[in-house]
Design a protein around this ligand. Structure first.
Ligand code: SF4
Length: 342
């Protein structure tokens, strides 16, 4: 069985990338701010979903200093619907750090990048290599799949052993770079477009002559899947409570999964932040399914009256329908409001 020569692997990715790259907005000037935002948004979100969000955020905040000066609410409102909202609060915190510690200039050095809140090993490597063309290792889901197959690595996804091997390989490959920018993007793009999770396009792959999985017929079994966690099924009632002016009662929360977002009153104590709401349910408006990490939730939406409205805390707010677009809220809240025609 062939095993990849590191130098050959790096040069193959570097030569393949300029010919096959997808045209993306942050690839026009490689502005470090545009690259940083793209890398944060692309964590856990598909490219086609990210593109309009990236364009809107960059139009509103064209520089790291403009985002650092913004109110966190405005950043979260632009992030509404993209999910994993902690990324937005960390980007905001990170931008402020860059202004305070680096005078508003995003650093190119890996160790400086790693001091920025929210910038971990992957994002630091991506900014250093893609924005500044400096050699730096990167390991994301696409690179993990590509390397697992190329090197025939049998450790399961999500394991510490796989992570260690992947970073060692990435480090070695990055040191062989002639163009770190083309190498990092070439590896990620090959993983995303050619070495896909199902049915990888091996006949079109420039790596096939030295790919361990291809030469040993293991493309379908690598990478080894993560042992499955049982999915939790939950049923959660949501309440749309309106006042005489048609305003909607919402509550700003600070829970771990959905930080600093506005939620509807709900009847759940396990998943959503905030306590359950003492409501008198009225007409049922419908239901929908929604998935958050390993939880599959069936939300049922009711018109409701509140029993304890006079006792509400200061975190509760009445939101006019015309303000809904500017109030940051997760996508499940948007789905519930649409059932009410809002
Ligand atoms: Fe992936 Fe197939 Fe290329 Fe190997 S030959 S890297 S399995 S696409």
């Amino acid at each position: 069985m062939q095993t990849p020569n590191i130098q050959k692997l790096a040069s193959t990715a570097e030569e393949w990338f300029p010919i096959h790259q997808r045209p993306l907005p942050w690839r026009i000037h490689y502005d470090p701010w545009h690259v940083w935002v793209s890398e944060v948004m692309l964590q856990q979100t598909r490219m086609d979903v990210v593109l309009p969000y990236h364009e809107r955020l960059i139009r509103r905040f064209p520089s790291v200093t403009s985002l650092a000066a913004a109110d966190e609410n405005d950043v979260l409102a632009l992030w509404s619907g993209l999910g994993y909202y902690k990324r937005a609060t960390m980007l905001h915190r990170g931008a402020r750090h860059v202004v305070e510690a680096f005078g508003g200039h995003i650093p190119s050095d890996l160790s400086d990048l790693l001091t920025i809140p929210g910038v971990g090993r992957y994002t630091a490597g991506a900014i250093a290599s893609i924005a500044f063309d400096c050699p730096a290792p990167i390991v994301d889901g696409n690179v993990t799949r590509l390397f697992s197959r190329l090197f025939g690595v049998e450790h399961p996804l999500g394991s510490t052993a796989l992570s260690r091997v992947m970073w060692e390989k990435a480090e070695a490959v990055s040191l062989a770079a002639r163009s770190p920018r083309a190498l990092s993007q070439g590896l990620m793009e090959l993983g995303a477009e050619v070495c896909t999770p199902r049915n990888p396009a091996c006949p079109e792959c420039p790596m096939r002559s030295f790919c361990a999985a291809f030469t040993s017929g293991r493309t379908a079994s690598l990478p080894v899947p993560k042992p499955r966690k049982p999915t939790r099924q939950l049923k959660i009632p949501l309440f749309i409570v309106t006042d005489l002016e048609g305003r909607i009662l919402m509550r700003r929360e600070g829970g771990a999964l959905m930080r600093s977002m506005y939620h509807l009153p709900h009847g759940d104590a396990a998943l959503l932040p905030g306590g359950t709401f003492d409501a008198v349910p009225g007409a049922c408006l419908g239901s929908f399914r929604h998935t958050v990490t390993d939880r599959r939730i069936e939300f049922t939406v009711y018109e409701a009256r509140s029993r304890g409205i006079r006792d509400r805390g200061s975190e509760w707010e009445w939101i006019a329908p015309s303000r809904l677009a500017e109030v940051p809220h997760p996508s499940y809240v948007g789905k519930a409001l649409r059932l009410r025609g809002l």
